[in-house]
Write a protein that binds this ligand. Structure first.
Ligand code: B12
Length: 314
């Protein structure tokens, strides 16, 4: 018995299939959307988009609507949106987001960017370490974290989502970056001003590069910067702030699936620190923490350059 796909192919020779009923193979979808087949399969496996029919021989068959959907998703991802944020949206919602011009501006990239990504792609961990180490040596702290480390880590995230980089490659990049930042910040002479900041992330948040970047910038300033490591319960943070006689506690809040929980934790920490230390928080612009702390004395940042300006004026 001929498969559905064979029947469809035969049918296409003799009859005009009405728009909306045509089915497309994965290679046709690649040509129409500009995506590669491994990205399409990865999105299907990780996010269930789209739920695709199979021909008798197991090959995927996509409807016209699904092709349009994948094209719209591909366009939004190309504009810098995270696939994990888009995957739950319907086609009209995606089109609406695009019509409203919610596209993110392309991020400025350093001359190191493409080379670092390529070295990682080739699993050349020594080359990656050497090049990142050069960037740290030659660029000012704020420049290296804002134009090299941040954009490279975010692109690693995007490429992982597309199935172009593996988890071990992301871990490798994080491990090297973390180690180089720890070493570089350690080489700065501790400030003698008596002003002190402590750095950490909220309990459960293992994303460490953002807070390490902030700590690294601070190490070059007139503050004594104490890094506590990531993922600390509020009570521990409050205790450390007291014992270290910190002027402020600095928290990095990574993009999260449960942002409201993070906002609540920040509010609780703010109360616990009253009378002991100020609270400074950094995190992505779209994070609800920025709105939640507006009008309070919590200082919020979404970029390292703004943080540096604040440090040097404080
Ligand atoms: C590396 C990484 C990890 C590593 C972290 C290792 C480590 N030691 O740090 C590991 C593997 C542990 C990890 C785990 C997870 N991760 Co992760 N991870 C990333 C990745 C690829 C890079 C993060 C990073 O280092 N960014 C570099 C920093 C510098 O950039 P940034 O965070 O954007 O910070 C900017 C601003 O927010 C701000 N900023 C941030 N902090 C601060 C602090 C101060 C003081 C200031 C001034 C500014 C500031 O400045 C920066 C520049 O603008 C991102 C991808 C991405 N787009 O970021 C995903 C990402 C953050 N992870 C994500 C997820 C979902 C997870 C997991 C839940 C996955 C899982 N299912 O297990 C877990 C959660 C683990 C946990 N409990 O915390 C999602 C979050 C999406 C969402 N909306 O929920 C992301 C966005 C990936 C994605 N698109 O799906 N992750």
């Amino acid at each position: 018995m001929p498969s559905l796909e064979q029947l469809l192919n035969c049918a296409k020779l003799f009859i005009v299939i009405p728009r909306g009923l045509a089915m497309y193979s994965i290679s046709a979808v690649c040509r129409l959307t500009g995506l590669n087949s491994s990205t399409i399969r990865t999105w299907e496996r990780r996010y269930g988009i789209p739920e695709v029919a199979r021909a008798g021989n197991g090959r995927r068959l996509y409807t016209e609507d699904q092709v349009q959907y994948l094209k719209a998703v591909a366009d939004l991802v190309a504009q810098g949106h995270a696939i994990s944020d888009i995957a739950g949206l319907t086609l009209p919602q995606i089109q609406d987001a695009m019509a409203k011009g919610e596209a993110r501006e392309a991020e400025p990239r350093s001359p190191y960017h493409e080379r670092l990504i390529e070295l990682l792609r080739r699993n050349d961990v020594i080359g990656f370490r050497r090049l990142l180490s050069d960037a740290i040596a030659f660029l000012a702290p704020c420049e290296v974290v804002g134009t090299v480390i941040g954009p490279v880590m975010r692109e690693i995230g995007v490429r992982w989502e597309r199935g172009e980089l593996s988890i071990f490659q992301e871990h490798m990049a994080t491990a090297v970056t973390r180690q180089l930042l720890l070493t570089a910040a350690g080489s700065w002479r501790g400030a003698q001003s008596g002003r002190r900041l402590v750095f950490t992330t909220l309990e459960g948040d293992q994303h460490e590069i953002g807070i390490l970047c902030a700590w690294y910038i601070t190490s070059a300033s007139n503050f004594d910067a104490v890094y506590l490591g990531p993922s600390l319960p509020n009570a521990e943070i409050a205790q450390a702030a007291k014992l270290f006689k910190a002027d402020a506690v600095v928290i990095s809040v990574a993009s999260s699936e449960r942002p409201q929980q993070q906002v609540k934790a920040i509010e609780r920490l703010h109360k616990m620190l009253k009378g002991t230390a100020a609270l400074w928080v950094g995190g992505p612009m779209h994070h609800p923490l920025h709105q939640a702390v507006a009008g309070t004395d919590v200082v919020a940042f979404d970029r390292f350059d703004g943080f540096q300006r604040y440090l040097f004026r404080a």
